[in-house]
Design a protein around this ligand. Structure first.
Ligand code: NDP
Length: 282
């Protein structure tokens, strides 16, 4: 096979900075009304994408107001185009519901380019006592919900553009464990997300769809605040567990999601990008 044939289909290089913009792109972000999901949605919208945040039905007004407040601050891209943020009610554990949401978005916009499967929950309980129903609920959101979101988007990517980028939010907890946290369900779920990402990448590469995971370390959000509320001593311990010496902020994940969503990463699939302040090197 000649070099030209081997490179057929490769995207011609644009200038490095322009590769990070997403003009006319359409993205779906689950769990986008707060925390990491909100920052990622904002980053994609700042880059020019129309971003649909999918959140639980109990939050429409609150989520919508927050998203609108951020949307009002979005800058215009060169040439005048501007990103947009929209809010959709949905539960990632509802497979048919997620498929329909993605179908409606793609039908309305004529495309779907990016999916960030971010929604997740955290519950701690000792492994020998972990209640079965709670274990199932966590796996339902963190594993099934991630698959259903990725499927929903991938089907429309294939249908409309035959290309796209799916980003699954895993965690460093998918690769390491900690005696004091009692996160048997959470760690198990995030480990599954890592393998889901690799498996989907292998199946979808030839269809032009890239699938990657992001593994954040400890990030200060509602999820970690709720957990630390009852275990305040862990704050100092977590901060001392990486060389930077603090927890991460959700906005520190903006750049990595933009890179994975955009043409800046067209040869990256099946990868896990670690953003943990050096936790695993420490
Ligand atoms: P938050 O709890 O702040 O946000 C989670 C979001 O997911 C919320 O908007 C939540 O809505 C939504 N959500 C939960 N269940 C569902 C559902 N069934 N359907 C739709 N939306 C749902 O968490 P973070 O921002 O901290 O976490 C985001 C992701 O990042 C999660 O997958 C988490 O596991 C992962 N992560 C977080 C880390 C951290 O240190 N914070 C570290 C590593 C990974 P609601 O408000 O209704 O609960």
């Amino acid at each position: 096979v000649g070099v030209a044939a081997a490179l057929a289909g490769a995207t011609p290089a644009r200038t490095a900075l322009s590769q990070f913009t997403l003009p006319n792109h359409v993205a779906l972000v689950t769990g986008g009304h707060r925390g990491i999901g909100l920052e990622m949605a904002l980053a994609l919208a700042e880059a020019g994408a129309t971003v649909y945040c999918v959140d639980l039905p109990k939050h429409p007004d609150e989520g919508w107001l927050k998203v609108q407040a951020f949307a009002a601050q979005l800058p215009s891209l060169e040439g005048g185009s501007k990103g947009r943020l929209e809010y959709v009610c949905g539960d990632v554990t509802d497979q048919a519901g997620m498929w329909k949401i993605a179908e409606d978005i793609a039908a309305k916009e004529g495309r779907l380019d990016v999916c960030v499967a971010n929604a997740g929950i955290l519950r701690g309980a000792e492994c020998l006592e972990y209640p079965g129903e709670e274990f199932k609920k966590l796996i339902d959101v963190n594993v099934n919900g991630v698959l259903f979101s990725a499927q929903a988007a991938g089907r429309q990517m294939q249908r409309f553009g035959r290309k796209g980028s799916i980003i699954l939010i895993a965690s460093m907890s998918g690769s390491i464990a900690n005696q004091k946290q009692h996160w048997v369900a959470y760690n198990t779920s995030k480990s599954a997300v890592l393998q889901m990402g690799r498996s989907m990448a292998c199946e979808l590469g030839a269809k032009g769809i890239r699938v990657n995971t992001i593994s954040p370390g400890y990030i200060y959000t509602q999820m970690t605040r709720d957990f630390l509320d009852t275990r305040p001593h862990l704050m100092a311990e977590w901060s001392s567990q990486n060389p930077i010496g603090r927890l991460g902020r959700p906005d520190e994940l903006r750049g990595v999601v933009l890179w994975l969503a955009s043409e800046a990463s067209t040869f990256c699939t099946g990868s896990d990008i670690i953003v943990d302040g050096g936790h695993r090197a420490w």
